[in-house]
Design a protein around this ligand. Sequence first.
Ligand SMILES: Nc1ncnc2c1ncn2[C@@H]1O[C@H](COP(=O)(O)OP(=O)(O)OP(=O)(O)O)[C@@H](O)[C@H]1O
Ligand SMILES: [Mg+2]
Length: 405
Amino acid sequence: MDIRGGSGSSGRGPPGPSPQHQSNASYVESFDFPFCEEVSKYEKLAKIGQGTFGEVFKAKDKKNKNKIVALKKVLMDNEKEGFPITALREIRILQLLNNENIVNLIEICRSKASSFNKHKSTFYLVFDFAEHDLAGLLSNFNVSFNLGEIKKVIQQLLNGLFYIHSNKIIHRDMKAANVLITKKGVLKLADFGLARAISINNKGQPNRYTNRVVTLWYRPPELLLGERNYGSAVDLWGAGCVMAEMWTRSPIMQGNTEQHQLTLIAQLCGAITPDVWPGVDKLELYNKMELPKASKRRVKERLKPYVKDAYACDLIDRLLILDPSKRINADEALNHDFFWTDPMPCSLEGMLSNHVQSMFEYLAPRRSGAHGGGGGGQQGGAQAQAQAQQRSKQGHNDGYKDMVY
Ligand SMILES: Nc1ncnc2c1ncn2[C@@H]1O[C@H](COP(=O)(O)OP(=O)(O)OP(=O)(O)O)[C@@H](O)[C@H]1O
Ligand SMILES: [Mg+2]
């Protein structure tokens, strides 16, 4: 897709190189973008999301009323240099991926430049619509998943991760709000706004990716300790947090700051030491953070009251392994006995048919303080703290106080 527009001489491009004969504004207005239709072909129905990078709307195709889509607006406000690189990266990755458990990008649309928008087009990513996101479903206590249904959710989640990791893509923003579920019960991993390709061998040099990724509550210990040469294991930590949340119904480690998040991790997963994680002491922030030295690993013990199934506890335990090189990968996780013992994974369609209303994090009153992801993908501690305070003011943690340290 070329979002810069046409060459100018064809019928579709701007009508010849004659801006001196036109006002600047009308030149821009007559500019045509091949392969990039106008967003006015869709009718917006409701706002369903407000992310760090823009708003998301439910919309229907005016020509084909049965076609419902999600429009994700590309935030251009701070862009002096044209189309934002983060959105370009998201589009390029989504165009590469094609799997039942990955959200499908249909096309990119634009609004027409006019005097109303200061002659600037707005761009939208157009996706197949999913009726719910997992954060919305979990925040509604009328929605109850049985064990077979939970297995189906986690199996599809791991299947999506297995697919992207096989394609050398890491998601870097795993959380319940980025997991969509259709009314037929098909899970779609969404929000590739922070995703990137991983280079396997950089001439023997370690990679230097940014570690300011992943919403704080789902951020693995290696990122919190400053690792920049990380890999797909970061997504499996997030998958472990999401899996536990299927029972606890609320994020299991809600830190206010990076330091607090590490403390919560050590309290649940045990002391972070070179004994359990050889080489951890070489990480940049290891000596700069305060790490509890004597805490015992208590993943199974703490989760047992919620997660009664022993196989489930065991899989969560393996997903939440501190040392990323020992953490279970998506392929091994899909082979875990959890998915191959009774009750077997079963369709969610019947259960979801009892709920005709869409459920999204954005629309859920309980999670309303957590927009942008309670801890935010790239935000600092202060903002996260403010959000956490707002959440606790709202009495957000109902039924779940045990897990909040
Ligand atoms: N295809 C879709 N169908 C239904 N809802 C969607 C779809 N895509 C996104 N949403 C909803 O919009 C929300 C925000 O979308 P997304 O996560 O892609 O945007 P974002 O700006 O990157 O968000 P954030 O910064 O909060 O992670 C999602 O959490 C989900 O509730
Ligand atoms: Mg998101």
